[in-house]
Ligand binder design. Sequence first.
Ligand SMILES: Cc1cc2nc3c(=O)[nH]c(=O)nc-3n(C[C@H](O)[C@H](O)[C@H](O)COP(=O)(O)O)c2cc1C
Length: 177
Amino acid sequence: MEKFIELAKKRGSRRSFTDKPIEKELLISCVEAASLAPSACNSQPWKFTIVTDGAKRKELAELTQDAGFNQWAEKAQAFIVVSEDAHPAVMPKVAERYGEKRFAEGDVGMATAYLLLQAEELGLGACVIGTFVDAKVKRLLGISEADTVRAIIAMGYPADEPRPKKRKSVEEISRII
Ligand SMILES: Cc1cc2nc3c(=O)[nH]c(=O)nc-3n(C[C@H](O)[C@H](O)[C@H](O)COP(=O)(O)O)c2cc1C
């Protein structure tokens, strides 16, 4: 096990994959890591659809190209589709005061980050894809119409190196008061 900061620095989006299929246990382990993320009122408003079937993968890869890019996704050996529960189980008082959905997108984002870091830890490559039409993905995968698909994570054994990290400096994004 490496130090967290090292893992975070090492993780980078991968957009090129070998033909080696990903073992199901590894995909499940990524979802388990995601399930450990914090969430408002422990509502855990996330759902994961693991797609390994060849025909479904092909159709899903096509849906990721909605904006005219992401052709590389055709080589992904698996996808994990992250969706958000239509009715996150937050405490009634919290729902009343802030709205039941107020925290869900952030919660799902945190779970996605955990998933990506576990993939890195396991030697898998992954890239989040955000450009797709929600309704088409739900129809293809039988995800409830009421839920929201937040991300499609393309995965495979990496055949490339991550791009060099370009980040705003810590000074630029933070202040101590
Ligand atoms: C919500 C979201 C949507 C993204 N959508 C795409 C996408 O459609 N295609 C793509 O190649 N990368 C996509 N990315 C990956 C980002 O480009 C990438 O995370 C960012 O450039 C930082 O690089 P790094 O992940 O290597 O650190 C997406 C990332 C996020 C978080």
